[in-house]
Design a protein around this ligand. Structure first.
Ligand code: FUC
Length: 776
């Protein structure tokens, strides 16, 4: 019987680790499962699956199962330009007031005349629910449910009256469908009824074929229309599909295929026919059997997930159900369960694959999972930390393709952001403030803290990072550079002289979510400098735009430098007004330390000032604020404090299904911590020169992880790396070069330059490169 595969993997893993005395080989497999001995009592206990475009939460009830699903283009609203038409006419006055020290008056004027229309953006919507009822299954025994991260299949199994039932649910990217399989170890045992419904009031179901049930509806008048279609295939037994749902009696097994679509074509056009889209998707699946769908799905998922693995050691805690492990952290902390840290890392990779695949929307505040009509912060894309954090692990964790949806979004906001640049500021190029939604809103929203014009500049860093990791010149020329140039163009026209210092600054602006309106907060200066650096370098590589480059260089020289204040701290603002021990959740002025790369030990004074600010900030509060502190502390080589933040995140801000909590569920912390763990083990942000990357091994290894193994992590310059360490010391690093670029390998004080050849592998023991061999 194939019952509950991952338990066997766990047992086998434990056995192997005992036999080998070292958990590396077995632990990696063991780490790939979330499992429970009871169904989810609420949404935040259910298990997420996703194919980038469709997501679902599987509750795993026995007598009644709920599978709540989403499709990533179902939002409130319709195509809309949020920019305030006459905003630019107030810009000079707002700037004058800020320069005159009258920030409060400037804020009043911003509130009355400068914010978006309407003030708030639109919300991501739940789509529907599959509700299955299994008569007589109230009293089940031997209950197990699990999410196997390696195969991306959610499984439920239990026994009723001597029969073992099994459910498997997965979201297939190649099949563009969610597939549900219900089977039993005895013939004719599967009897159930199913309803398909939606929280959208006007939705309705109808039978559109003997084996297909459809659900259709409308989010709002003039808004998005949606349709889901569900096909049922039973082996044996009787199936009836009518307008009210599906009933199956005495089948051996049943497979449901669920497809879903909306009328969304792009952010300016919602004229697609969702029913026709569903028919195409379902049509493609006709004649496919369950085994072939499952096989194709696992192969697709493994092609991404299988690239990386992480083992940080394991204890007996790792044999417990996942919710118990999370609960036990309160007593023992993460030290008692190092395998939970690696599971969290693997889960981050899993969640990214599930919520961001080529062609989908990018992962939003909740990834792709949402059950609420009014989700927190509309479950949209917040650009002053959250959406970027979602994509921090993508390159280092070898999921480069999953970056695609974010690049698609940047291309969209460059279009809507060009309109905003004109209407808000009378400038060319494009601008994005602190949020965007399905309609690619780019104007400042909500309140004065929405007046933060560097969201687009931050997103541009992702384009450049993708190039640094992949060396893809075609991507640089065709996609990245035009966007970098457009964003730079905006700042060249928009930056204005600060009355006191004479520097060219953003104005009006805001240091994310604290202070008031101001000129040139440190984070903005860092973002604009980094944007200009990247644009200039990209133009050089591509051999284009000499004059524009000269102009950027001239403006760059007039940007405010990072300043060190009276307490030895990196200043958050142009003026030295920081309050010691301000432990705000946002780490904005530390952007250049991480995810930026401009603050490094090369400038010892600045590096130390950044560290002072980092210390002031102390521990995190929201999930993502713990998560941001992990790579920051890793960048200052303090593995213990980085680990402390991870420990607190898992102990205080983690749900039973390992979803991160901001206040409510918010997925950024999952992704930020995944990137943070990688940053503790491997760093490659320091560039010796334009062609040479420094790759540093175990820069911030905490005592709690003395032995470990990380496979398949990526470094800038096109390197893939496997690491083994014992007793806190690097044993071996295998470095595979995909591009043939030189690098410096660094471990502690030892550095060695390597003229890597494309396609070659090198082994490094912390001091010398000992041998080379060919790799595929
Ligand atoms: C920013 C954060 C909040 C939350 C929201 C989505 O405003 O400061 O904590 O993460 O985004």
């Amino acid at each position: 019987m194939t019952r509950f595969l991952c338990i066997w993997v766990v047992l086998l893993g434990g056995l192997l680790s005992v036999l080998s005395g070292f958990s590396a080989a077995a632990g990696a497999k063991h780490a790939d499962c979330l499992w429970y001995t009871q169904p989810a009592a609420k949404w935040t206990e259910a298990l997420p699956i996703g194919n980038g475009r469709m997501g679902a939460m599987v509750f795993g009830g026995t007598a009644s199962e709920r599978i709540q699903f989403n499709e990533d283009t179902l939002w409130t609203g319709q195509p809309h330009d949020y920019a305030r038409p006459d905003a630019a006419t107030h810009l000079a006055e707002i700037r004058r007031l800020i320069n005159a020290g009258k920030a409060k008056e400037a804020e009043q004027l911003v509130r009355s005349s400068f914010l978006s229309v309407p003030l708030r953006q639109k919300a991501y919507q739940p789509f529907g629910d599959l509700r299955l009822v299994f008569p007589g299954h109230e009293k089940a025994t031997d209950y197990r449910r699990a999410l196997d991260l390696g195969s991306a299949v959610a499984r439920v199994s239990y026994r009723v009256d001597g029969v073992t039932f099994q459910r498997e649910v997965f979201a297939s990217y190649p099949a563009r469908a969610i597939v549900v399989r219900i089977s039993a170890d005895q013939k004719q045992a599967v009897t159930l009824s199913l309803k398909l419904d939606s929280p959208h009031k006007n939705s309705q179901t109808r039978a559109i074929a003997a084996d297909v049930l459809a659900l259709s509806g409308l989010v709002q008048e003039d808004g998005l229309r949606f349709e889901a279609q569900l096909r049922v295939q039973a082996t044996g037994g009787r199936v009836v599909v009518d307008g009210s749902g599906v009933s199956v009696e005495q089948a051996d097994a049943v497979t449901f295929e669920l497809v879903a679509a909306t009328s969304f074509k792009n952010f300016q056009d919602i004229t697609a026919d969702p029913a026709a889209r569903c028919a195409v998707d379902l049509g493609r699946l006709k004649g496919r059997d369950y085994a072939s769908l499952l096989k194709e799905h696992i192969a697709d998922h493994q092609s991404l997930f299988g690239r990386v693995s992480l083992d940080l050691g394991r204890t007996a805690q790792a044999d417990l159900p996942t919710d118990k492990r999370v609960a036990q952290l309160k007593a023992g902390g993460l030290d008692s369960d190092p395998a939970l840290a690696s599971l969290y890392f693997e889960y981050g990779r899993y969640l990214l694959i599930a919520s961001s695949r080529p062609g989908s929307q990018p992962a939003n505040l909740q990834g792709i999972w949402n059950e609420e009509l009014n989700p927190p912060w509309e479950s949209k894309w917040t650009t002053n930390i959250n959406v970027e954090m979602n994509y921090w692990p993508v390159e280092v964790a070898n999921l480069s393709e999953c970056h695609g949806p974010l690049f698609d979004l940047i291309e969209d906001v460059a279009i809507s952001g060009a309109r905003t640049a004109k209407s808000q500021y009378g400038c060319g190029g494009w601008v994005l403030h602190h949020n965007t939604d399905l309609w690619r809103g780019t104007a400042p929203i909500n309140n004065i803290d929405g007046v933060w014009p560097t969201g687009g500049a931050w997103l541009c860093q992702h384009l450049w990072e993708h190039y640094l990791f992949t060396g893809d010149k075609e991507f640089l020329a065709r996609r990245a550079y035009p966007l970098l140039k457009g964003s730079s163009q905006f700042f060249v026209e928009y930056l204005v002289k600060d009355a006191k210092t004479g520097w060219l600054v953003t104005s009006p602006s805001f240091s994310p979510e604290q202070g008031g309106l101001c000129n040139g907060p440190t984070m903005d200066n860092q973002l604009v400098r980094s944007l200009f650096n990247d644009t200039i370098e990209a133009a050089g590589i591509l051999g284009v735009d000499r004059e524009f480059v000269a102009q950027l260089e001239k403006v760059r020289a007039q940007l405010p430098p990072n300043q060190i204040g009276q307490h030895g701290q990196l200043q958050e603002w142009l003026e030295d007004v920081d309050k010691p021990d301000n432990n705000h959740r946002h780490m904005s002025p530390l952007w250049a330390l991480y995810p930026g790369a401009d603050i490094t030990p090369a400038d010892a004074k600045l590096f130390s000032a950044a560290k002072t600010l980092l210390k002031w900030r102390g521990d995190g509060s929201t999930g993502w604020s713990f998560a941001w502190r992990i790579p920051l502390w890793a960048r200052v080589a303090d593995g213990e404090f980085a680990y402390r933040q991870l420990n607190l995140l898992l102990t205080k801000r983690t749900l039973p299904n390992l979803f991160d909590l901001c206040g409510p569920f918010q997925i950024d912390g999952n992704f930020g911590a995944t990137a943070g763990i990688a940053e503790m083990l491997l760093q490659s942000h320091v560039r010796i020169d334009a062609a040479t990357t420094q790759i540093e091994f175990l820069p911030a290894l905490p005592k709690a992880w003395p032995d470990g193994l990380a496979k398949g992590l990526c470094a800038r310059g096109g390197f893939e790396i496997d690491l083994t360490w014992r007793g806190g010391v690097l044993v071996n690093a295998v470095v595979r070069s995909k591009l043939g670029q030189p690098c410096v390998l660094k471990y502690g004080v030892h550095e060695i330059k390597l003229q890597a050849k494309k396609g070659e592998s090198y082994e490094f023991d912390g001091r010398v490169v000992s041998k080379t061999k060919k790799h595929e």
